[in-house]
Design a protein around this ligand. Structure first.
Ligand code: UD1
Length: 362
């Protein structure tokens, strides 16, 4: 089986790392798999890319397409142009894409137009919010993929509703949780904890990068003020995504806020695991906090990961000041629900995916 694996942006790296590990294991056991790892270059800063390759032990990509930033269409188009050349020069049976970023969409379209099978890992999740670029990426990728690996039964049900044949849907679990479980013993305290004399449970972690929350200075200021009000004297640690940085520099900041650059995986996961709770608009962090049993407040109106709210530790609250302050207050006072871990989030998802791919393509 000849396979191209696509990774382009930060959340892809945690999903692709355990798949590569499962492939290597399967090759050692005698399977006939050849793979190429393609980095699209959507994320290029060391803090969003190289450090993840190092922390997660991902081999150097066979190629980096160097797509870089741009508008939605510019970025998608430059990935498509470069990936078409890559796939023509290095033909394979199957392209495996993960998640819902622009690289996922761009490479799926290119592969299908070259009549190459596409398998989508983390297929079928839906927020229902078509103003999010990720939702468009999910809808289009799932409309043209050949096989669908899902994190939950609900994601499979979404695919069935969209007319996908059940035999193409494979409920295998969550590869991001594979990464978490495989690396848990290596989580390492970031130096900012010592520098600020912070211990486990002393602080909350904030991450924000959705355009709706960070692209306007007024909106960002309103959110940060509401969080600071709810947190009262609890310290907030805020690793800042480059997208957010520009507008953050223009804000008047509360002194309890510790602003820092994006963190490497092993340090960020340590920070989360030992926090009082997390406030975020990320997708993946909703899943990681659910697995770790850490309270999570999600500043969005919708989520494509409803299991994290229904059975996990997540509360989806939107971004109005009153709600933000109220829920952060509850979080810092320890008034939070206890969650449990969704089915098949057990660290063995990537092994199941590779076993299924061998069954399908060998
Ligand atoms: C992308 C994904 C999002 C994911 C997020 C995680 C899409 C549509 N969005 O959003 O789903 O949650 O990654 O980080 O694919 N930039 C840098 N250095 C980099 C990369 C980006 O400075 O290495 C800056 C650029 O100014 C760029 C901006 O960040 O314009 C946004 O980057 P982009 O890749 O367009 O989207 P993200 O917001 O990172």
């Amino acid at each position: 089986m000849k396979l191209t694996l696509v990774a382009g942006a930060r959340p892809n790296f945690m999903k692709i790392a355990p798949i590569i590990r499962a492939i290597e294991k399967s090759i050692l056991q005698g399977s006939n798999i050849q793979y190429r790892l393609v980095h699209t270059g959507q994320h290029y800063d060391d803090a969003l890319s190289l450090s993840f390759f190092q922390d997660l032990n991902i081999p150097k990509p066979h190629v980096n397409l160097g797509a870089g930033s741009g508008t939605q269409s510019e970025q998608t188009a430059s990935i498509m142009i470069a990936f078409e050349k890559e796939l023509i020069a290095n033909p394979v049976d199957t392209v495996l894409v993960v998640g819902d970023v622009n690289s996922t969409l761009a490479c799926s379209i290119v592969a299908k137009k070259l009549c190459v099978d596409v398998v989508h890992v983390e297929a079928g999740i839906r927020s229902g919010d078509r103003t999010m670029p990720e939702e468009i990426n999910r809808l289009v990728t799932d409309a043209i993929s050949d096989h669908f690996f899902t994190t939950t039964q609900e994601a499979g049900a979404n695919l069935v509703k969209a007319g996908i044949a059940v035999e193409k849907i494979h409920f295998t679990g969550n590869t991001m949780i594979d990464s978490l479980i495989q690396n848990q013993s290596k989580f390492a305290p970031p130096s900012l904890l010592y520098m600020n004399n912070l211990r486990g449970g002393d602080y909350i972690v904030l991450t924000l990068h959705r355009p709706a929350n960070v692209d306007s200075i007024e909106k960002l200021q309103q959110i940060v003020n509401a969080i600071a009000k709810g947190a009262t004297s609890t310290t907030i640690v805020f690793p800042v995504h480059p997208r957010t940085r520009k507008n953050l520099n223009a804000l008047k900041l509360n002194t309890e806020l510790i602003v820092t650059d994006p963190m490497r995986y092993l340090e960020f996961m340590y920070l989360i695991k030992h926090s009082k709770g997390v406030v975020t608009d990320s997708g993946g962090i909703q899943e990681e906090t659910t697995y770790l049993g850490i309270p999570c407040v999600t500043l969005r109106d919708t989520t494509e990961r409803p299991e994290t709210v229904m059975i996990g530790t997540n509360e989806l609250i939107g971004s109005s000041s009153e709600k933000v302050t109220h829920f952060i207050g509850k979080l810092v006072n320890g008034e939070w629900k206890k969650g449990s871990i969704p089915d098949l989030w057990d660290g063995k998802t990537s092994d199941r995916i590779i076993a299924k791919l061998l069954e399908l393509y060998l």
